[in-house]
Design a protein around this ligand. Structure first.
Ligand SMILES: O=c1[nH]cnc2c1ncn2[C@@H]1O[C@H](CO)[C@@H](O)[C@H]1O
Length: 336
């Protein structure tokens, strides 16, 4: 199964930009800012630094890594290296969650930021054969000013790879309805709606994401498992959940892998994709997440291939791109 997963052509629908920086890259950036950052400059020390007490602690640590990214060259290198690591694991297409607000606030001009990620996108296609798209997310903890700025960068810069609009960060104390006008404008401009909801709060946040933000896909959404009516709604309306099992354990949203609700959601007919979220921070990879999902769902190789096909169908890729990827998965599964 491990080698089947390793060779399987895959897509990633929920993976954060800065959260994907490898320990080597994080340590290199930390060394440049030594004495001015809590992030250790030794890759070996990062594993301890990435042990999270709870979700709030995770966000605190995440933002300390964001703080290491100071100029557009950092953004270019980070993005290109993230793509290299995804492609190495046979990820053919990834929708990367990018938070322009965090970089603009730290002094990187929006235009330079967007040029850097677009350079990396073209370079990654040329050098690694991977297609990247962007989900620009509002960091929820920064509230409406962040929503305003994220929408402005999305609409004014409109990088070619931009495909969706998101909302991340903490959910407690960050009600979703306040973001409705921003999602409405993003949707009107042709962007897909893919907010986080129900990662650290209950099903009511997912209902709100669906009703107020017109969500077409939900980041995490695991608390839907507590609400049969919501699961039926998500199944009926074809609103998939982007699931990252290890992330939920590492941020302590779920007490243990055995208690992860993935099987409950799938049993209720909800569409799911399997994703890595912030792989080095959670000590995981997309390959490992597929292995965990196979265990939780008791899947054989054919079942795992079907998970990968489901993620392609749920992606915001164009129909021809989806068809090509599904054909590639079929060919891999049926290889001699
Ligand atoms: O699992 C996650 N849930 C919510 N936000 C996350 C997660 N991983 C990374 N971020 C990132 O946290 C920042 C602060 O809001 C945002 O940049 C968001 O993309």
């Amino acid at each position: 199964m491990t080698s089947f997963i390793a060779g399987l052509p895959k897509v990633e629908l929920h993976v954060h930009h800065v959260g994907s920086a490898s320990p080597r890259i994080v340590a290199e950036l930390a060394a440049r800012h030594e004495g001015r950052s809590p992030v250790p400059a030794d890759p070996a020390a990062l594993a301890d630094y990435f042990a999270f007490r709870d979700f709030a602690h995770f966000i605190e640590v995440y933002l300390s890594v964001v703080d290491l990214i100071r100029d557009d060259e950092d953004v270019r290198t980070l993005t290109y290296e993230v793509a290299r690591e995804l492609a190495r694991q046979q990820v053919r297409y990834a929708e990367l969650t990018v938070t322009p607000y965090s970089s603009v606030k730290r002094g990187i001009a929006a235009k330079a930021f967007c040029e850097a990620i677009e350079d990396a996108r073209r370079g990654a296609r040329r050098d690694f054969g991977i297609e990247l798209r962007w989900c620009f997310d509002i960091p929820g903890e920064a509230g409406l000013p962040a929503a305003e700025e994220t929408l402005r960068v999305a609409l004014e810069e409109r990088p070619d790879g931009l495909i969706s609009f998101g909302l991340g960060g903490p959910e407690v104390g960050v009600p979703r309805p306040q973001f409705k006008p921003y999602f409405d404008q993003a949707r009107a401009a042709g962007l897909h709606s893919a907010p986080h909801a129900g990662e650290t709060t209950g099903p009511e946040t997912i209902w709100s994401a669906v009703r107020d933000l017109d969500a077409e896909r939900i980041g995490h959404g695991i608390s839907a498992a507590q609400d049969p009516e919501l699961m039926a709604y998500l199944a009926e309306h074809g609103i998939p959940l982007e699931i990252s099992p290890t992330s939920n354990v590492r941020t302590r949203a779920v007490a243990s892998i055995e208690e992860h609700p993935l099987a409950v959601l799938v049993g209720a007919g909800v569409q799911v994709s399997i994703n890595s979220d912030d792989p080095p921070m959670f000590g995981t990879t997309i390959e490992e997440e597929y292995a965990v999902a196979a265990r939780l769902l008791d899947l054989d190789d054919a079942g795992v291939a079907e998970l990968a096909r489901g993620a392609v169908r749920q992606s915001f890729l164009d129909p021809a791109g989806k068809e090509a990827l599904i054909a590639e998965i079929d060919a891999y599964q049926n290889r001699a």
